[in-house]
Design a protein around this ligand. Sequence first.
Ligand code: GLC
Length: 457
Amino acid sequence: MKRIIVLMLLTAFAMNGFSQNPEETPEQKTERMAWWTKARFGMFIHWGLYASPARHEWVKRYERMSNEDYEKYFEIFYPDLYNPQEWAKKAREAGMKYAVITAKHHEGFCLFDSKYTDYKATNTPIGRDLLKEWVEAFRAEGFKVGFYYSLLDWHHPDYTIDRNHPLSASSDEEYEKLNKGKDMDVYRQYIKDQVRELLTDYGTIDIIWLDYSFPTRKDYDHGKDHNDWDSENLLKMVRELQPDIIVNDRLDLLDVEGGWDFTTPEQYKVSKWPEKNGIRVPWETCQTFSGSWGYYRDEMTWKDTKQLLVLLIETVSKGGNLLLNVGPTARGTFDYRANEKLEEMGEWMKYNNRSIYGCTEAPADYTRPDHSLLTYNPETNRLYVHLLDYPMKWFTLKGYEGKVKYAQFLHDGSEIKFGKPRHNVTHQESKAKDDVILILPMVKPNVEIPVIELILN
Ligand code: GLC
């Protein structure tokens, strides 16, 4: 018992005593992340062999396939319509500013020409370094580029079988038998070698997404945590190779200073700006169009365009970023539904992006009118009211008296006049002294979500 306590204390000390980026001040961190914070909207891309079965990127695990079962997808991989310039153009027209692609996902297959494996795109019928072409195309379109690299690997012979593995077992004895002869040291070195390649051979990499840790807990056995990845040293190497890189939070280094740059709520909406020890932290929510990250032909739960726009606006209204995922097909194209959504979001962004880029949560003294979301640009001192449910002409901004100089619709720059409360009606809403009333056109402008731009005093 005593030994366990000492061990726990030592571990806690080691975790706290370890510090990544020790010399960086909070201001320097804000500065390093400034482009990302302003960008607000990025594209996630999940692409790998799982595009062929087309039924989720976890298909190997869900259907408990062995490497042999899965081999047919490697042998057939031939995305002949792959044109990353086209992808980049679509992402740009949707209003996205950065993009993150899966260099390797849990299946272990590499889109890049790694020296350390044969399990890579260059050895499939397509025979090309697809990642290199992607980086070049996206950079040329003005994107900041990032790599997702899976810490899990369901193909590597030394990666031990765990509870998430396609061949997961049901007893400790079975695990022991399955993992006999596997050497995680070899796999840990493999991660480092590949991440070094990714951060050396492809120029400046702006973001890295290392995914993910699933520690062993009481009722949640056979997991993997920072020890399994040697997260501390891995991250140290990452920061040495690319000092300005921005890193996600899935290395299981949450309590290590500098162990992560932003937090990653996945597939849900946060109720407020996430905090750590009472301090607001940079955050990015990653979301799918349809519930699956990899291309899933028969998945029908696609979000509609308004829902996606609200997701983006609401994220910014709480100070966060949205990384919205596309899962390209096995031919190398975007699914028609993804194209449709991207185009529709782009149509809105074309006229309204001023309420997104460079914006954040509104100062607390601006109350949120009914059925609306607020964002605020601290540099221009403009406040944006997003009308989710279009009001009836008289629109009250409670407590805004003396704060607003000018009001206009964002999409067409047309003036919105200030008004007085309605008279001669039985149930008159009385205007409090400090309210501002805007007179909106009765008919909703031809915009999915109209935005009022308030130029503040
Ligand atoms: C989860 C899933 C993975 C997906 C990722 C995106 O970690 O395992 O399939 O890539 O989330 O955030």
